[in-house]
Design a protein around this ligand. Structure first.
Ligand code: FAD
Ligand code: UDP
Length: 394
């Protein structure tokens, strides 16, 4: 590896790194070295077939959605789509509930048929008006009132973040829509689909598009290669505080433990009345547990992928504190972490030869499409910079 020269050293082969590698190589003829410390590409959006032949998302459910035609068109070069209206349930007080809160949830609550107008009037009566909800408790209580907040949000949020909703930005619980109609889809975006052959296949195609201009090193921390390569610029998609050796203190993150369990068809027979569908363990792709158990949710991805297989696999998700040996899955959107991040942001902006892109490098609770949008914008910024020719190296 001694003496390699690249235009770009790209740290992280997730959505951010792969989007930039693909753009820089195919549109600018640049050379890139992509380095990831994991043993696979795709970052947290990686998917794979488990030992039972079931396609799973090992790092938690990744439901692709976007309102941006540009981002959808960009990714459509590398994948066909399998449309999915992700529908999930919450389990509390001994029953399944349609979630997010919609007219069906309201009818179950009052025990009889209702109308959007009646539901809107009830929410009006229950909500506690807050002019500008500035935290996650206020954003929910101001929409649906305290009873529904306590039923669906308070316990889940405490479990997931080990923080009170009051101590989290409004954007956290504000991600979840509230509807007075019967639209029971979990997400609000216009386009909701999964890559038809999976995320990993899509990432493989992005990498293949780079041809000989990109080289990939897996299972390698970029710091191991730094002494051996020269490059013009680094694109960094790892945790921003780690890049700066924690010079401004540690940013808080939330981690998770995923526990998978698989079932052969005979084990599912007794569950069929619950699932309502043959070959499934639970009645929906995701069941949230706001008030029961130590895990927050159980995901049975087969509902969403539409995979035709007899076995099924469920994954239970246990929130964990971040620490040595654990992945930093979530930045924590809250005023105290924003204050620390502001200091890292100033350092990142002053870094002359590194672009910080993605969820951890910019410490933002971003979805996949937003990360792709950020990477495309960074490509445009780099491509517009004057005075550099592809292949020029350092
Ligand atoms: P990552 O995917 O984190 O990739 C960064 C890569 O950098 C990693 O592979 C890491 O190994 C590598 N790296 C870091 N440091 C180093 C180093 N020092 N040396 C070498 N490599 C390094 N988004 C959605 O749109 N819909 C969803 O339903 C959804 N669900 C999610 C569920 C969970 C549990 C989580 C954690 C995230 C979810 N997301 C979802 C968000 C989505 O995962 C991210 O938006 C997206 O994957 C971020 O891409 P990225 O490239 O910025 O980062
Ligand atoms: N949330 C909740 N109850 C739920 C689902 C979500 O209180 O049943 C809150 C919780 O704080 C969670 C946030 O809303 O972290 C965002 O939920 P989402 O499902 O979008 O989280 P992600 O898939 O990113 O983990």
């Amino acid at each position: 590896m001694m003496g390699w020269t690249f235009d770009y050293l790209i740290v992280g082969a997730g959505f951010s790194g792969l989007t930039l590698a693909e753009r820089l190589t195919t549109q600018r003829g640049a050379t890139c070295l992509l380095v990831d410390r994991r043993r696979h590409i795709g970052g947290n959006a990686h998917d794979r077939y488990d030992d039972h032949g079931v396609l799973i998302h090992p790092y938690g459910p990744h439901y692709f959605r976007t309102n941006s035609p540009r981002i959808r068109e960009y990714l459509s070069q590398f994948t066909e789509w399998h449309p999915v209206g992700y529908r999930i349930l919450a389990w509390t007080d001994g029953s399944y509930w349609p979630f997010p809160i919609n007219l069906n949830t309201f009818e179950q609550l009052i025990g009889r048929p209702s109308t959007p107008a009646e539901m809107a009037a009830a929410l009006d009566a229950w909500r506690e008006p807050v002019a500008n909800p500035s935290n996650s408790e206020a954003v929910i209580v101001s929409q649906v009132g305290r009873r529904l907040y306590e039923k669906f949000f308070e316990g889940y949020t405490l479990k997931q973040w080990r923080r009170h909703p009051r101590d989290l930005d409004a954007s956290v619980c504000g991600r979840i829509p509230v509807r007075t109609n019967r639209d029971d889809r979990y997400l609000a975006e216009e386009f909701q689909a999964l890559p038809a052959a999976g995320y990993t296949r899509m990432f493989e195609r992005m990498l293949a598009a780079c041809g000989d201009c990109a080289k990939l090193l897996l299972n390698t921390d970029y710091r191991e290669v730094l002494p051996h390569v020269s490059f013009r610029r680094m694109i960094y998609s790892g945790p921003v505080d780690e890049y700066f050796d924690y010079a401004e203190g540690r940013l808080p993150y939330r981690s998770l433990r995923f526990e998978a369990e698989s079932f052969a068809p005979e084990a599912l027979v007794s569950r069929e009345p619950v699932a309502g569908k043959k070959g499934f363990w639970q009645p929906a792709v995701q069941v949230n547990f706001p008030n029961d158990h130590e895990f927050t949710r159980i995901v049975e991805l087969k509902h969403a992928t539409g995979q035709l297989c007899e076995n099924t696999t469920i994954v239970r998700e246990y929130p964990e504190d971040f620490g040595p040996g654990r992945e930093a899955y979530y930045p924590i959107p809250a005023p105290d972490s924003a204050a620390i991040y502001a200091r890292y942001k100033a350092r990142a902006e002053a870094e002359p030869r590194t672009s910080f892109v993605g969820r951890l490098a910019t410490y933002r609770y971003y979805n996949m499409d937003q990360v792709v949008g950020m990477a495309l914008a960074e490509f445009e910024r780099l491509a517009a910079a004057p005075g550099w020719q592809p292949g020029q190296g350092l």
